[in-house]
Write a protein that binds this ligand. Structure first.
Ligand SMILES: NC(=O)C1=CN([C@@H]2O[C@H](COP(=O)(O)OP(=O)(O)OC[C@H]3O[C@@H](n4cnc5c(N)ncnc54)[C@H](O)[C@@H]3O)[C@@H](O)[C@H]2O)C=CC1
Ligand SMILES: O=C(O)[C@@H]1CCC=N1
Length: 278
């Protein structure tokens, strides 16, 4: 089976790495294409077996499964470009929340899915969020799910919750980085500790934190309770934290959803334009 990746930016590269590193796919069965050819070609330094194709048409000719890993607007135009070149045995996968399987089905006569990845898939961890189109075969569904299982915990997600789930799974690492950087900055401001030391302390703490969860020693709540000795110092810090954090976080989800609805409307309009022209 041949696997195609159109767009070898951050996420295209993460997906390629995850497929190879997890032994889900042999690198000789991976075909990539990028608008800037050289950027895709550079990936051969690490993975000499992959094939770099000059056009998306060549990807359509060669691949059984094709991941569309460009920005949302370009996902729609690349899908439109592939129209007429794919058959019902092939699968095209959107990796972004705002381009749905319905959008792909309006543009393409092949099987469709959406698989929202996370940067955590790079280390064969984290979740992938799956949604399947109406014409996908049971066999293809199983194949994609089993493949995702090799580098993540796949979860089939209802459209209603796809954005909030992406916020947690895919935006999460960026949000957590920001929160930790804010913690480092506050520590510096309040005590004068140098940034390098504070950063090192936070990073090693996070690695250990992930391992505690990974080894199922604690869940979020029991971990918090375990550290917060009754009447102790953590509790005092926690009281201050409880005053400044909670409400602000609601705004995060309001903001991502507003942007999501805009992007989704934009994708609707673009798909309508492209399909009524034909
Ligand atoms: N960055 C992340 O953590 C996540 C990103 N996503 C989604 O992944 C998609 C890609 O995001 P990034 O990888 O961060 O963006 P990026 O900008 O790093 O990569 C996009 C790549 O697509 C290429 N490209 C653009 N138009 C093209 C075309 N017509 N043909 C071939 N290649 C083309 C660009 O040259 C670039 O290399 C977005 O839709 C984003 O919403 C989803 C989950 C997580
Ligand atoms: O839905 C999306 O496409 C964005 C990218 C990172 C998380 N969500």
């Amino acid at each position: 089976m041949n696997w195609g990746i159109i767009g070898t930016g951050n996420m295209g590269t993460v997906i390629m790495n995850a497929l190879i590193k997890s032994n889900a796919v042999d690198e000789r069965n991976i075909y990539v294409n990028n608008r800037t050819f050289l950027k895709a070609y550079e990936l051969k330094e690490d993975y000499p077996g992959i094939h770099v194709l000059q056009t998306v048409d060549a990807i359509a000719d060669t691949c059984d499964v094709i991941f569309l890993c460009t920005k949302p607007k370009e996902i729609v135009s690349v899908a439109h470009r592939l129209n007429g070149q794919l058959n019902e045995k092939q699968l095209v996968v959107s990796i972004t929340s705002s381009v749905s399987v319905d959008h792909l089905e309006q543009l393409l006569g092949c099987q469709t899915a959406r698989m929202i990845p996370s940067i955590t898939n790079r280390v064969l961890q984290g979740t992938t969020l799956l949604t399947f189109g109406s014409t996908i075969t049971e066999e293809m569904k199983q194949m994609l799910t089993q493949t995702c299982k090799l580098f993540s915990s796949p979860l089939e997600i209802n459209d209603q919750y796809v954005r909030v789930a992406s916020d947690l799974v895919s935006c999460g690492p960026a949000f957590i980085s920001y929160l930790l950087q804010s913690m480092i900055k506050a520590a510096q401001e309040e005590t004068g500790i140098d940034e390098e030391t504070a950063t090192q302390l936070v990073e090693t703490m996070m690695i250990g934190y992930g391992k505690l969860l990974d080894e199922n020693l604690y869940d979020l709540n029991s971990l918090k309770e375990k550290v917060m000795v009754k009447g102790g110092i953590t509790g005092e810090g926690m009281k201050a934290l409880e005053l400044c954090v909670p409400n602000g976080l609601n705004e995060v989800f309001k903001a991502t959803h507003e942007k999501f609805y805009n992007e989704q409307n934009h994708a609707d309009e673009l798909v309508n334009q492209l399909t009524t022209k034909n």
